[in-house]
Design a protein around this ligand. Structure first.
Ligand code: UGA
Length: 416
């Protein structure tokens, strides 16, 4: 099939490369010509993702800033980024622009084409926002063109694996014909397919991320209690996980969840619920707990040293290992809190330093050794290389359960 992908961000780029690998003709559209040039050259890619460079070298993808290149696509995926403010109000400018530009394409389109929204949107937005914009083309959804909501479940760092080995393929469809096209497109992937309404698909995405967030905040709350009682939270989680109804995944207690998805999707869901007049107390607490959890390392460190004038080293800035992504990383909150207390902050991360100092320029990039030489060290990302460092003689506050760090002179886990 001819597939057009609007938005060369994380989801768009990985989906494009993977669809090309599955044998489809792919064109990747973005407004950022510089970004597209790095993708076309396969050099200095805009994101760090395992296997992506190799995959791009193997497949062919066209890149363009010109929506005209998407004419006569079988499927146009909308993968532009959506962000949400603290209150969950979605910043949908990119989505609106993309829909308007696709409407221009639909006017010229000779054959039936399905527009599939992959961007995470609030409940009901595909119907209330995207379809009316597309219909400005004078073409009618469900008759002249198809429309689907096709949520993605890619985990950063393992995105290509998850694309090729999905847990499920959810197809939100406006009508059966639209859904048939998307089901055919995914047929070579071995995974259960579920077809649903557009709104149900949107909610499956938001509820899945909200559930993962809830699992993490739940185990962090248990962890906070266990720490007071002198019980090892990780042992508790191991015991709980043996019950297959609970499972052992996403029960790693620590400083909470960051990234571009879990915190944002939770806010979008909370805001969407409030618009209906319902107060989602549980989800609000999941989010509050997560925000407070990020500051635990600083509270704990204050028990051991005076922060004013101290040098504190941070090991790990990325929101999780395997990525250079610092969006909503707990390290931002920790660094800002340390700086506000008058500490000097040295930081090390194998991939994310350059991104981090754009957001938090007052910190000092340093080597691992220099960071370990600080008055105290806080571990915020569980990079494998941190499992081999020499922590002897140090003061370490561990936000991610690095066993080796227990050899420190003073060691505190955030919730164990
Ligand atoms: C998340 C979901 O896991 C994906 O299924 C989803 O497709 C994606 O969002 C998305 O909406 O696009 P991702 O943001 O890549 O994926 O990150 P996760 O692996 O879910 O980790 C999120 C955060 O939770 C990280 O900061 C991680 O350190 C933290 N976490 C995770 C914990 O604190 N404890 C755990 O047990 C697991």
């Amino acid at each position: 099939m001819k597939i057009s992908i609007i938005g060369a961000g994380y989801v768009g780029l990985i989906s494009g490369a993977c669809f090309a690998k599955l044998g489809h003709d792919v064109v990747l559209i973005d407004i950022d010509a510089d970004k597209l040039a790095t993708i076309a050259k396969k050099e200095d890619l805009p994101i760090h993702e395992e296997g992506l460079q190799e995959l791009l070298e193997e497949v062919h993808i066209d890149t363009s800033t010109d929506y005209g290149k998407t004419v006569d696509s079988d499927v146009i995926f909308v993968c532009v980024g959506t962000t949400a403010d603290e209150n969950g109000n979605i910043f949908s400018e990119h989505l609106i622009n993309a829909a308007n530009d696709i409407a221009g394409v639909l006017k010229k389109q000779q054959k039936y084409c399905v527009v599939a929204v992959k961007s995470t949107v609030g409940p009901g937005m595909t119907e209330s926002l995207v379809i009316p914009l597309l219909e400005k083309s004078g073409r009618k959804a469900g008759k002249d063109f198809g429309i689907c909501m096709s949520p993605e479940f890619l985990q950063e760092g393992r995105g290509i694996y998850h694309f090729m080995n999905p847990s499920r393929i959810i197809i939100g469809e406006y009508d059966g014909r639209s859904g048939d096209v998307l089901e055919r497109l995914h047929q070579s992937l071995k995974a259960p397919v579920m077809r649903a309404s557009l709104r149900t698909a949107e909610m499956i995405k938001l509820a899945s991320n909200a559930f993962l967030a809830t699992k993490i905040s739940f185990i962090n709350e248990i962890g906070n209690i266990c720490k007071k009682l002198g019980i090892d939270t990780y042992e508790v989680a191991r015991g709980m996980g043996l019950d297959e109804r609970i499972g052992n995944k996403f029960l790693n207690a620590g400083i909470g969840f960051g990234g571009s998805c879990l915190p944002k999707d939770l806010r979008i869901l909370i805001s969407g619920a409030r618009e209906t007049g319902y107060q989602p107390e549980l989800l609000r607490e999941v989010s509050n707990l997560n925000e407070n959890q990020a500051l635990k390392p600083v509270e704990l460190l204050k028990k051991h040293i005076k922060l004013q004038g101290a040098t504190v080293g941070i090991l790990g800035l990325a929101f999780k290992p395997g990525t250079d992504d610092i969006r909503d990383s707990r390290a931002i909150k920790v660094a800002e809190a340390l700086l506000a207390e008058g500490a000097m902050v040295k930081v090390y991360d194998p991939l994310a330093v350059a991104n981090f100092i754009k957001t938090c320029p007052q910190v000092l990039p340093a080597s691992k050794e220099e960071v370990l030489d600080s008055d105290a060290v806080i571990i915020l990302t569980e990079w494998e290389e941190f499992m081999e460092l020499d922590y002897r003689g140090k003061i370490v506050i561990d936000g991610r359960r690095i066993e080796k760090a227990r050899e420190a002179r003073i060691y505190e886990g955030v919730c164990w």
